[in-house]
Design a protein around this ligand. Structure first.
Ligand SMILES: NC(=O)c1ccc[n+]([C@@H]2O[C@H](COP(=O)([O-])OP(=O)(O)OC[C@H]3O[C@@H](n4cnc5c(N)ncnc54)[C@H](OP(=O)(O)O)[C@@H]3O)[C@@H](O)[C@H]2O)c1
Length: 306
């Protein structure tokens, strides 16, 4: 559907997901990858975003820009999580429509599904129950983005697809102690414990909450695959089809870095949603499946940060 000369704007190209997308596009031979720094274009600025789109002749957009983080950041910076994400996605989606951009990939998140829902979670469970309180502002913004895409598709016949990934990890992850997701946080804690010969690491919550994780290079692959693929459904879960408790992830990381220490569970801290394993059978039906095993993905990251 897209030639290698198509101009593809990757919003958020420096982030975990965006940098994997750029890497994948380059490896596939795409020649016109459009990137712009946040300092030059704050995507919350509607006029600047409209002018940028007007000047460029963009064929497709992958939106990997947003305010993103783990449970602590989601809970603390609630205003930024809802305002930034709503504004960035409104500006990008509307600019796509106004400038006749043919295709757009919008990224949701498994946190948009109800806190208590059937597992594995199907796309149609969206809006069937209450959200998890700690990330409600972020989830509400993401749901609004999906509804915006759905409405433009319905009213104007656009082809805007929403991919709903599980937790993502990868080479360019956020290792900021306050903002990181559980997996990079665990890797950082474990490597630091080993370096400083600490006797224990501490996990938030009971350790019993289960999480599904996907390598950012797999998500990048899915973004490009579905940008090109004709699909009837426009909301598609993208997961690894496997989840595990946070405690077991911690044990796996410690084993992988060859360090033995106690794991303390801080049960005063929130768990977040207990389980959010996605049903990714729709993606599989369209011919997409993840390729990077947890063992290989983890090994490559430990190598980088050890
Ligand atoms: N990470 C996950 O576990 C996960 C899971 C599911 C879905 N997603 C979704 O995937 C997308 C990308 O997430 P990520 O983990 O790659 O996040 P990330 O690493 O934090 O990257 C976000 C990117 O957005 C850019 N950005 C933020 N605010 C901006 C603004 N106002 N103007 C221009 N650029 C701005 C950042 O620029 P700077 O680098 O200059 O700050 C960064 O490049 C998000 O939509 C997220 O919701 C992520």
């Amino acid at each position: 559907m897209f030639s290698k000369n198509a101009k593809i704007f990757v919003a958020g190209h420096k982030g975990l997901v965006g940098s994997s997308i750029v890497k994948k596009l380059i490896s596939l031979g795409y020649k016109k990858i459009l990137k712009i720094d946040k300092k030059k274009l704050d995507l919350r600025d509607q006029n600047k975003v409209l002018n940028f789109f007007k000047k460029q002749n963009i064929d497709a957009v992958i939106n990997a820009a947003g305010t993103v983080g783990g449970i602590a950041a989601n809970n603390k910076y609630r205003a930024e999580f809802i305002y930034d994400n709503l504004t960035i996605q409104n500006n990008i989606i509307n600019a796509c429509y106004k400038n006749k951009v043919k295709s757009l990939i919008f990224l949701g998140s498994s946190s948009i599904y109800p806190k208590n829902t059937k597992i594995p979670i199907k796309e149609e469970y969206l809006l069937s129950g209450y959200l998890e309180k700690t990330n409600e502002p972020y989830a509400v913004a993401k749901i609004a983005g999906i509804k915006l895409c759905e409405s433009y598709n319905y009213q104007y016949g656009t082809n805007y697809k929403c991919l709903i990934p599980c937790n993502v990890y990868g080479q360019n992850d956020n290792y900021d102690k306050q903002k990181s997701h559980f997996f990079p946080a665990l890797i950082l804690k474990s490597i630091t414990a080993k370096k400083k010969n600490k006797k224990f690491i501490t996990l938030w919550g009971s350790g019993r909450a289960r999480r599904e994780i996907l390598h950012s290079d797999d998500l990048a692959d899915a973004c490009i695959y579905f940008l090109k693929k004709r699909t009837k459904e426009k909301i598609i879960n993208i997961g690894s089809n496997f989840d595990m408790t946070i405690l077991n992830y911690a044990k796996l990381i410690l084993k992988e870095i060859d360090y033995d220490c106690e794991i303390i569970l801080d049960k005063r801290k929130p768990n977040g949603t207990f389980r959010k394993l996605l049903d990714s059978s729709k993606a599989k039906k369209y011919g997409w499946e993840p390729k990077i095993s947890l063992k290989d993905g983890l090994k490559s990251i430990i190598k980088k940060y050890s």
